[in-house]
Design a protein around this ligand. Structure first.
Ligand code: ATP
Ligand code: MG
Length: 556
């Protein structure tokens, strides 16, 4: 580890430091072990970046390993999406891409090894009986009547399990540990089951599959992982993890360290729920921008840098807690504010007619692309007699402190001229057809020659040259006041997606490419949707609005 980075260390780094100091390990290998049963979400991003970050910091290695030992829910589609997402996040596994299913033979050998040592036995109890025998938190369990089978009989039966001699669920292989252990995980846990399932990688080669608690430590050990970092719910499984690597007699066995899962307010993490939304068609696939899967965040316009910043600010904790979704929004604003050009787009347009501007004339006004970042250069925007402004930038009868357009008031059209509202034209039903104004030809650029004060500044788009596009605005997908209904179903926010079919934008935006990001002044950061846009017909997703009451907590 570099000396200059040794400032403040989280508890995992302290544990690794200690292991290196004491010579338990002389190097570091970490891994990210997703189960390919869904798309990755923001919680997984934390785990990816944590594991990859540790490998980098200690000049170690980082493995990507698919934990594909449960074929029923696993699919190649998920393998592919996970690879794409991790690559996009910037974690590099180089040539160390592994599949747990490649180790099935080795796991089988480990099981045989345990049987030979008298540490595992084939059990004929049914799943219900095993549960009954297991005891409870307050009562010890009872030994299975099959616990004392001879090594020879166990070997023969286990081989028969593999050969397909038994029905699904009729026989299991169990570790022989201690039915009286205060830790229920140690009460002769099942380590292999009979299950006829077609595996996405090994096909029908196997009809027995290892259980997670047995498979995972072996996968780590085979790969030479040193620090197997997982989430808190596995803390009680650690004694079993240690038992497996010890009894299988791996040299330099890995060590498990747990940290708290990342939970976010107002969103849905948890593949189980996301999958429901996808399968019921409530969202437009795993990458629907309202979700917090990596694919959804990417589609919505988030950057890998913003997610890295977010994960860093969250830190690594030993206790579960929820992080405010606003922190994620803060991170993307921080990342984009200097990177994106600021353009004008009118989401809810109403016509503004400048009656004293010469008909048929168009002029071009110079505008900086980003006032805080001169490197982004400048452009020229068209201006003429007919413009669009936001409908809510005009009020016929304004309340106090409304400084935007109303009859008699003078406002600044951003980067252009000062205009004074002269009236409004309405249809019979009261709908506004156009707002009228006169401009001060001496105020080009937006400042009065006599220095008179103008409070309101509004944005606009030139009507004749405007690009037209669909714009999508998002809110949380679940209701603020409770994610779940009483029956356990999700309490969905009906306004989570608002589609604006015809927003008007600066002309150059007609050619915006998928994933391109912009700030639309006053309206937020937007990105071009990669799925629904067509050449010349972009669809814009709002990544995040500009304002927030959110403040980064002061550093302790
Ligand atoms: P989910 O609960 O969303 O279904 P999972 O834990 O079942 O997720 P896995 O594919 O088994 O998903 O997880 C891969 C890795 O990601 C594991 O090491 C797991 O601990 C970690 N992980 C999963 N969810 C989170 C989270 N919310 N925060 C941090 N790490 C997580
Ligand atoms: Mg899981």
């Amino acid at each position: 580890m570099d000396e200059n980075t040794a400032v403040s260390r989280n508890f995992i780094e302290l544990a690794i430091d200690k292991d290196l100091e004491e010579g338990v390990y002389d190097h570091v290998v970490t891994r990210f072990p997703p189960e390919p049963n869904g798309y990755l979400h923001i919680g997984h991003a934390k785990s990816v970046l944590l594991n990859y970050g540790l490998a980098e910091k200690y000049h170690g290695k980082f493995n990507l390993r698919f934990d594909d030992t449960n074929p029923t829910k696993e699919k190649t589609e998920y393998v592919e999406s996970i690879i794409e997402d991790i690559r996009w996040l910037g974690a590099d596994w180089e040539d160390r891409l592994y599949f747990a299913s490649d180790y099935f033979e080795k796991m089988y050998e480990c099981a045989v090894f345990l049987i030979k040592k008298g540490k595992a036995f084939v059990c004929d109890l049914s799943a219900d009986e095993i549960r009954e025998y297991r005891g409870t938190l307050t009562e010890p369990g009872k030994d299975s009547p099959y616990r004392d089978r001879s090594v020879e009989e166990n070997l023969r039966l286990f081989e028969a399990m593999r050969a397909g001699a038994f029905e699904d669920g009729s026989h299991v292989l169990r570790a022989k540990i201690d039915m009286a252990s205060p830790n229920i995980n140690m009460r002769d846990p099942v380590i292999y089951r009979v299950a006829r399932m077609t595996h996405h990688n090994t096909g029908d080669k196997w009809c027995i599959y290892p259980m997670y608690d047995f498979a995972h430590p072996i996968e780590d050990a085979i790969e030479g992982v040193t620090h197997s970092i997982c989430t808190l719910e596995f803390e009680d499984h650690r004694p079993l993890y240690d038992w497996v690597v010890r009894e299988c007699e791996f040299e330099n066995p890995p060590r498990q360290i747990e940290f708290a899962k990342l939970y976010l307010t107002n969103v849905i993490t948890g593949k189980r729920y996301i999958k429901q939304l996808v399968e019921k068609g409530i969202v437009d696939g795993w990458d629907d921008p309202r979700l917090v899967t990596i694919a959804a965040l990417r589609r919505r316009g988030y950057t890998p840098e913003s997610i890295k910043l977010f994960v860093e600010l969250c830190g690594v904790a030993k206790a579960n807690s929820s992080v405010d979704y606003a922190l994620l929004e803060y991170c993307i604003r921080e990342d984009l504010k200097l990177k994106c050009p600021r353009l004008m787009a009118v989401l809810n347009p109403v016509k503004l007619i400048i009656d004293n501007y010469p008909e048929g004339q168009t002029e071009y006004l110079p505008v900086e692309n980003n006032l805080e970042n001169p490197e982004l250069g400048s452009r020229e925007i068209p201006f003429s007699r007919e413009l669009y402004i936001e409908a809510d930038d005009f009020m016929e009868e304004p309340p106090k402190k409304y400084f935007r357009m109303f009859p008699g008031n003078e406002v600044r059209l951003m980067n252009a001229y000062l205009v004074t509202c002269t009236g409004v034209e309405k249809a019979e039903d009261g709908r506004i057809l156009a707002v009228h104004a006169v401009y001060d030809p001496e105020s080009r650029g937006g400042n009065a020659p006599d220095g008179r004060k103008v409070k309101g500044t509004i944005h606009f788009v030139n009507a004749a040259t405007a690009a037209h596009a669909e714009v999508r605005l998002y809110e949380n997908i679940v209701n603020e006041d409770g994610r779940f209904n009483e029956d356990g179903s999700l309490n969905l926010n009906p306004n989570s997606l608002v589609t604006i079919p015809d927003a008007v934008l600066e002309p150059s935006l007609a050619d915006a490419k998928p994933y391109e990001r912009f700030q639309f002044v006053r309206n937020g950061f937007f990105a071009v949707d990669p799925k629904d846009s067509e050449p010349g017909k972009p669809v814009f997703n709002r990544i995040v609005s500009l304002k927030s009451s959110f403040r980064l907590p002061a550093k302790a």
